[in-house]
Design a protein around this ligand. Structure first.
Ligand code: PLP
Length: 453
């Protein structure tokens, strides 16, 4: 900002509800800078299920921000915890020091993970949690004398964030094409999605799970089991259009990984902490992976914080050598940041006290019925759902253009926020405090829109 612009704006520096003088400097993430800045969509307030934009208009939050705000916006308990920690200590480094909030948050969230998960490594974003998991996988194998295990296997249509590791194991072509293949030694399984077989289906597809998972055996055979470090999958691929796994798929992946000594990483940055009506997709599916990554709902989106959970054998496998030595040369300045940790503890309290996961469980079948009532609307190609996550995929328009982004843009005017995904899909993932009226409202806005598109 020029000095003059700064001066003009100066009085408003701490008024976060008014439009800024300049929008030139902020390079926005995953956004068309030039087009967006001509028609900005500015959110200035949030409460419960709603945002308010800079013109004072209310929008129903159909996306929980970005799959984050599971307990709804503006939770008093989280504000209080953040303030309480800020009052006593704003920051402390966790390299060879410690702070109580980080340890309390760790005990709390580990206790919510499936039996066998014993530890958590904190970071700041889902991307970091993923790259930390990949790093731990390499170190774990090396510590056990199996340093040749360096191949990672991801999956087509996977999103694992924007770190070099996450982009490499991710499977979205347009996220990768500007950068090329970053990590060597990466392979990908096929997507589980098959429209002809599973289109317009409620919940998990019935067929093909075991056969699809068996492809992992072929890849392990191709690379040699002694070279494969880990498989990373989202239990439900969300960013690429809500793709629930076919029945038996994740179970079979677990079996194959165990058989070949390959670590299984569940990327639960979206599914962690409530979306499926429980603390993890691992719990929902009854599978214990070797590592689980989480972020977003860990602090209800209020503070940047992420987690890489590890099974006991992974942690123990690295706790060798002298006690004076650092066992894992890894960490972020903000790993276990006290203010983020305070937000995390309060978030877990809110989930428990307000029975947020229970509400998600109760609302999931209602959301399922409601979104599937859109199946016969014009332009709808497919509808997919699990828990409080739903994807609506539209046919391309008459010129062959995908319509998801257009629908996302148009929904702004209709007072609904959602997520555009890959292949003309939009995703709904509202805060888990939703009730049936919110579901009706979302579905009727979308239904009317499709009727008139
Ligand atoms: N992994 C998954 C499954 C995600 O959905 C995301 C983000 O949506 C990430 C990783 C990256 O998280 P972040 O944007 O916090 O880096």
């Amino acid at each position: 900002m020029s000095d003059a612009a700064f001066k003009n704006d100066n009085n408003a520096q701490y008024d976060f509800t008014t439009m800024p003088n300049s929008m030139d400097e902020f390079w926005m993430p995953f956004t068309n800078q030039r087009g967006w800045k001509k028609e900005p969509r500015m959110l200035v307030k949030a409460e419960g299920m709603h945002y308010t934009d800079s013109t004072g208009r209310q929008l129903l939050d159909g996306a929980a921000g970005l799959w984050c705000v599971n307990a709804g916006h503006g939770v008093q308990r989280i504000k209080d915890a953040v303030n309480a920690q800020m009052d006593v200590m704003d920051f402390a480094c966790n390299f060879r020091y410690g702070n109580p909030a980080a340890f309390r948050a760790a005990s709390r969230v580990v206790s919510m993970m499936p039996e066998g998960i014993s530890n958590v490594f904190f970071s700041n974003s889902g991307s970091e949690a993923v790259d930390t998991a990949l790093t731990i996988a390499l170190a774990y194998h090396r510590a056990r004398g199996e340093g040749s295990r360096r191949v990672f296997i991801g999956r087509e249509r996977a999103y694992h964030g924007v770190g070099f590791g996450g982009i490499s194991v991710g499977g979205i072509p347009y996220n990768r094409e500007a950068f090329g293949q970053l990590l060597p030694n990466v392979d990908h399984m096929k997507t589980t999605y098959n429209f002809e077989r599973d289109g317009i289906h409620k919940g998990q597809p019935e067929k093909g799970g075991v056969e699809l998972a068996n492809e992992l055996e072929d890849l392990i055979y191709l690379h040699g089991a002694s070279n494969v470090a880990a498989l990373i999958v989202e239990p439900i691929a969300c960013s690429t259009g809500v793709l629930p796994p076919p029945k038996g798929y994740l179970e079979r992946l677990r079996e194959i990984c165990t058989e070949h000594g390959v670590l299984l990483i569940f990327d639960e940055v979206v599914t962690g902490f409530g979306r499926l009506g429980c603390a993890s997709a691992a719990e929902y599916f009854g599978i214990v992976p070797d590592m689980i990554t989480s972020a977003k709902a860990l602090t209800n989106g209020a503070m940047p914080m992420a987690a890489t959970f590890t099974a006991k054998h992974v942690y123990d496998g690295l706790m060798s050598g002298s006690e004076a030595q650092i066992e894992l040369m890894h960490g972020y300045t903000y790993s276990g940041h006290p203010v983020a940790a305070a937000a995390c503890i309060a978030t877990m309290d809110e989930y428990r006290e307000e029975k947020i996961f229970e509400n998600a469980k109760a609302m999931a079948p209602k959301l399922e019925e409601a979104v599937h009532s859109l199946a016969d609307k014009p332009h709808v190609k497919d509808i997919r759902n699990l828990g409080v996550i739903a994807g609506i995929e539209l046919h391309p328009d008459k010129d062959g253009n995908e319509q998801g982004t257009k629908m996302f843009n148009d929904m702004w005017d209709k007072g609904l926020t959602l997520r555009p995904g890959a292949s003309g899909c939009v995703a709904l993932s509202p805060p888990l405090i939703l009730n049936e009226n919110h579901i009706d409202q979302m579905v009727s806005i979308i239904g009317d829109y499709l009727d008139n598109l």
